[in-house]
Design a protein around this ligand. Structure first.
Ligand code: FCB
Length: 445
């Protein structure tokens, strides 16, 4: 047995997102995920977010749960249509009051809130005006951030503008498997640009309306990319995939420019960019949030827009059919540190879905999740040892929830949720995570 000890200032947390847990639909405007859920065949079982985990009513209990884990931080997101039911204009006072109480309750439990402003629930009213394909939405986002930070900025010290803009752009507008369900690659690139622009517009607003020293960042979903072989064609395809999935977002935010190799490759599909945009997008941030679950293995293909295809290596897979590849997390953290310099990094999501079973005595023996977390945490530790400025880790997720197009059929929580009774049951992985947090480290071997 050996002990992997994390730095004493390391922050442990759990993560959730508004649409996935809140419910409380009567008290907010509609969002694009409400519409997507109502679109037959888009979400498994026709599930929706009307009740979800009913966190809107049970938030105090849920914060108690986070506290019982010993976590120092909690990452949650704010529902834009709960604040502004029409996306802009009239504010819903009940919405602001809810987050006000939530933040207070989190702070009272001695937990630091990490607040995400956009985790995919765009107000439907804005979608009717073009959604993220319309440049104006970026400015509406900035206005919304202003309203939220004016109310909460006296207490919130960590803001995350966006969660995974790649997913919104490409799954929402390229492959149509997420809301709003469009399939047009060039439009997805325009959407990505507007998301990035809205991020850049929001950064100074969040700083100005919050306490001095407030930290502002963005969360990107990043996967390390490996070529399927040493063949030059595969290596080039892997570089293209990395450009599409990773650099297209990291470079604008951290370097203020799009990666030129991919820009040329996209040719006529590139987004319209106003002269001032790249400076706005490249506004310095205080930290980068990284969501990582798996890796990509890429081979050349003669067809497809990237002339690349994913290869499925032999190995262990989760219920999402995502490969368990912990070394990838270490490789990714070191690569970001090496290529982009010494910026504070947080893993804002990492975790796995398995077919968990609630036993009659209220226990859930999710040993595979424990094994997953053990290995990924060891990889994160390894990256720190090799110089990655990793400051914290948020497990996805605090509790089972609405997993987007999979509805309630995929469980990611370290807490089991019985959706009939809304009872929560800490899984064995929750007990494991509590040990990790309490000891600020883990036993391996
Ligand atoms: C991420 C999302 C999060 C959750 C996990 C499994 O892409 O940010 O909401 O669905 O995947």
């Amino acid at each position: 047995m050996s002990r992997l000890q994390f730095p004493s200032s390391f922050i442990w947390g759990t993560a959730t997102a508004s649409f996935q847990i809140e419910g409380g639909r009567d008290d907010r405007g509609d969002c694009i995920w409400d519409d997507f859920c109502a679109w037959p065949g888009k979400v498994v079982n026709g599930d929706n977010g009307d009740t979800a985990d009913d966190h809107y009513h049970l938030y105090k209990q849920d914060i108690g749960l986070i506290r019982s884990l010993g976590c120092q931080a909690y990452r949650f997101s704010i529902s834009w249509p709960r604040i502004l039911p029409e996306g802009a204009g009239e504010v819903n006072p009940k919405g602001l009051d809810f987050y006000d109480k939530l933040v207070d309750a989190v702070l009272q439990a001695n937990i630091t809130p990490f607040v995400t402003l956009y985790h995919w629930d765009l107000p439907s009213a804005l979608q009717r005006l073009g959604g993220w394909a319309a440049r104006d939405t970026a400015y509406r986002f900035a206005d919304y951030c202003h309203i939220v930070s004016e109310r909460l900025g006296d207490r919130v010290t960590h803001w995350i503008t966006h969660n995974e803009p790649w997913v919104t752009a490409f799954l929402g507008h390229g492959s149509a498997v997420h809301a709003p369900g469009w399939a047009d690659h060039s439009q997805a690139l325009q959407v990505a640009h507007h998301l990035l622009l809205s991020h850049g517009l929001a950064v100074p607003i969040l700083r100005q309306t919050s306490q001095p020293g407030t930290k502002v960042g963005i969360t990107l979903n990043l996967s390390p990319v490996y070529a399927a072989s040493d063949d030059e064609l595969d290596v080039k395809a892997a570089t293209r995939h990395d450009g599409y999935a990773n650099r297209w977002f990291i470079d604008p935010v951290l370097l203020g420019s799009y990666p030129q190799d991919i820009w040329k490759y996209y040719d006529w599909q590139v987004p319209r960019v106003a002269p001032e945009d790249m400076d706005i997008i490249g506004t310095p941030i205080d930290f980068l949030g990284i969501n990582n679950y798996t890796r990509a293995v890429i081979a050349h293909s003669d067809t497809g827009f990237l002339q690349a295809r994913s290869v499925r290596p032999e190995g262990e897979y989760t219920a999402m059919d995502w490969e368990v590849y912990p070394q990838g997390l270490c490789d990714l953290l070191l690569r970001i540190t090496h290529d982009y310099g010494n910026l504070d990094l947080y893993i804002t999501e990492n975790g796995c879905s398995y077919d968990d079973r609630l036993e009659a005595d209220g226990t859930v023996h999710d040993n595979k999740r424990i094994a997953f977390l053990n290995k990924y945490l060891a990889a994160a530790h390894d990256a720190i040892q090799h110089g990655a400025p990793l400051r914290g880790y948020f497990v996805w997720s605090l509790m089972d929830n609405f997993e987007w197009a999979f509805g309630y059929t995929r469980r990611f929580g370290i807490t089991y949720v019985d959706y009939q009774t809304q009872k929560r049951y800490l899984k064995d992985s929750g007990l494991f995570f509590r040990q990790v947090v309490t000891h600020n480290g883990l036993e391996t071997g």
